[in-house]
Write a protein that binds this ligand. Structure first.
Ligand SMILES: C[S@@+](CC[C@H](N)C(=O)[O-])C[C@H]1O[C@@H](n2cnc3c(N)ncnc32)[C@H](O)[C@@H]1O
Length: 227
C-alpha cells in the first residue's frame, strides 16, 4: 500500500476511487503538497474527494470543485480555502467565466461526467489555462470503451482516441510538413497513459527540438545523416 493510499483512507466522507489510482496521484501530485497551488477537480458528488484533496495538499492549496449539481455548493468552505463552482463541464461559456474567476490553475483533475464529449471540451477549454509547469489529469478514461458511455474500441470520437492524436501533436516537429506544430505541440511536456488515467504535463517548448552531434564517427558504423 502506498503512502498516498494510506493518507487517502483517512478521509471522512465515503467516496469511491479505483485503488490503482492512488499510486498515480502520489507520483504526480506529491511534488505539489504543502505548496500554494490552485487544484481543480471536476466532479464533487458528496464532497469526499474534495475533503481528501484538502487533507492531501495542505492548507496552502486552494481547492476548487466543479459540479453540475447545485446541491454540491453546500461543500464550499471558504474558511478552509475550498470553493465550489456549479456548471457543466461541456459548456464553454461556463469555462469562460471560470477562467476569469480563477486566472491561475496549477492542476486540473477531471472526474466529472466521464462522457467523451465532456472530457474533450474540458481539455480544449482548460488545458491552455493550466499554468506552465502544471498538470492536466483525466481519470476514468475506461468510459471511452464502455457502451453506456457511447464508447468502444477505436471509437473515433472517444476521449482516448482524442488523446492518441495528442501524441501526434506532441511529435509534430518530426512529421515534415504533414502536421503543423499546434498550441499543444508547444505546451505539452509529455503525455502519460495509465489504465484509465491520462496525464498531460503543461510545459512550454520554447524552440523546435534539435540534437547535438558529439564525439568522433566510428569507422565501422558512421552516424546516419538523417538524425
Ligand atoms: C464520479 S462523481 C465524482 C466523485 C468525486 N470526485 C469523489 O471522488 O468523491 C461524478 C460527478 O460528476 C458530476 N457531473 C456529471 N456531469 C457533469 C457535467 N456535465 N459537468 C460537471 N459535473 C458533472 C456528477 O454530478 C457527479 O457528482
Amino acid at each position: 500500500m502506498t503512502a498516498g493510499y494510506r493518507r487517502c483512507l483517512s478521509t471522512l466522507i465515503a467516496h469511491t476511487k479505483w485503488v490503482h489510482y492512488f499510486s498515480i496521484y502520489e507520483k504526480w501530485f506529491s511534488p505539489y503538497r504543502g505548496k500554494e497551488i490552485v487544484f481543480v477537480e471536476i466532479g464533487v458528488q458528496n464532497g469526499g474527494s474534495i475533503q481528501m484533496w484538502r487533507d492531501y495538499f495542505g492548507k496552502n492549496a486552494k481547492i476548487v470543485g466543479v459540479d453540475i449539481e447545485a446541491a454540491c455548493k453546500q461543500f464550499e468552505d471558504a474558511d478552509n480555502n475550498i470553493f465550489i463552482e456549479i456548471g457543466s463541464q461541456d459548456d464553454p461559456e461556463f469555462w469562460h467565466a471560470f477562467k476569469q474567476k480563477y486566472p491561475r490553475v496549477d492542476i486540473l483533475l477531471d472526474d466529472g461526467g466521464h462522457m467523451s464529449n465532456q472530457q474533450i471540451t474540458t481539455f480544449r477549454e482548460m488545458f491552455p489555462h493550466i499554468k506552465d509547469g502544471g498538470l492536466y489529469m483525466c481519470e476514468d478514461c475506461h468510459a471511452s470503451y464502455w457502451k453506456p458511455y457511447g464508447g468502444g474500441v477505436h471509437k473515433p470520437d472517444s476521449f482516448i482516441e482524442f488523446t492518441k492524436k495528442l501524441v501526434d501533436e506532441l511529435n509534430a516537429f518530426h512529421t515534415g510538413d504533414e502536421l503543423k506544430p499546434t498550441y499543444n505541440t508547444l505546451n505539452m511536456g509529455g503525455i502519460h497513459f495509465y489504465d484509465s488515467i491520462v496525464v498531460v504535463e503543461k510545459k512550454q517548448i520554447p524552440f523546435a527540438p534539435f540534437n547535438l552531434r558529439i564525439g568522433k564517427d566510428a569507422a565501422i558504423a558512421p552516424f546516419p545523416d538523417v538524425l
